[in-house]
Design a protein around this ligand. Structure first.
Ligand SMILES: [Zn+2]
Ligand SMILES: [Zn+2]
Ligand SMILES: [Zn+2]
Length: 247
């Protein structure tokens, strides 16, 4: 399995409009330090699966027949805005596995075009070819699913957006070793409540409990980038375009 981060940013990813903090100024000066909306491309067993779709350039990146489906964590704009453009296409239907969320995303779910929304429930595993996908519940302000993807003995989990994890999700994650966990970590330690994302201390504690072979933090906001630059803590923070090979 190969996971490529198409974006690693939260909704306040550097550069934030109007912000003059060091992280945002650095991202303006060097676009390679800017972060696109958190999303990834998973390549496994000849399949190409998009995890989340907040980038607005997806129609340029993925010509017809270059994607086998989308695993959508939830219907916040930073995760599904790109689908509003991908739906109007002459190409073949595109499956979008997603949580049950009656609000959806305005006319995206009312007028899905070529998108085929397939509602999933936590714990109900399904197969895409030889790949097994298990949705797991996350803790966020909207119905949100993480995705556990298994192929042969390889197993990865993509867990964003969330703050903490439900017990049932821990139980699913702990049934077998995890080669890679990608985890929401939007804030530096001690960020004020209320919030729907982990801070760095919370993310570290979750990863210590899950003990995956490898891990990356995603959904990074500008204040975490600034904290990481000052503290020197960059270990595990994913970068846009980074690729992780599993197995
Ligand atoms: Zn900033
Ligand atoms: Zn969200
Ligand atoms: Zn988000």
């Amino acid at each position: 399995m190969r996971l490529t981060f198409l974006g690693t940013g939260g909704v306040w990813a550097a550069p934030v409009h109007g912000c003059t903090c060091a992280a945002c100024e650095a991202a303006r000066a060097d676009p390679s330090r800017a972060r696109a909306p958190a999303s990834a491309l998973l390549e496994v067993a000849g399949l190409r699966l998009l995890i989340d779709a907040g980038r607005t350039d997806l129609v340029d990146r993925f010509p017809p027949r270059s994607l086998d489906g989308v695993l959508l964590t939830h219907f916040h704009g930073d995760h599904c805005l790109g689908l509003t453009l991908m739906r109007w296409s002459m190409a073949e239907p595109l499956p979008v596995w997603c949580p049950h969320d009656p609000r959806g995303y305005d006319d995206l779910t009312k007028h899905p075009g070529r998108l085929r929304f397939l509602t999933c429930a936590a714990g109900d595993a399904f197969c895409i070819g030889p790949v097994t996908v298990t949705p797991v519940a996350l803790i966020h302000s909207r119905p949100t699913l993480g995705w556990v993807i298994a192929h042969g003995a390889q197993r990865i989990a993509y867990l964003s957006d969330t703050r903490g994890l439900p017990d049932a999700t821990f139980a699913t994650l702990e049934t077998a070793p995890l080669d890679l966990v990608v985890l929401d970590c939007a804030y530096p330690p001690g960020a004020p409540d209320p919030r729907g994302h982990n801070d760095l201390d919370e993310a570290d504690a979750l990863l210590a409990q899950l003990a995956p072979r490898d891990a990356r933090l995603t959904h990074i906001n500008h204040d975490l980038d600034q904290y990481a630059a000052v503290s020197g803590i960059v270990c595990g923070i994913a970068q846009d375009h980074e690729t992780v090979d599993v197995g």
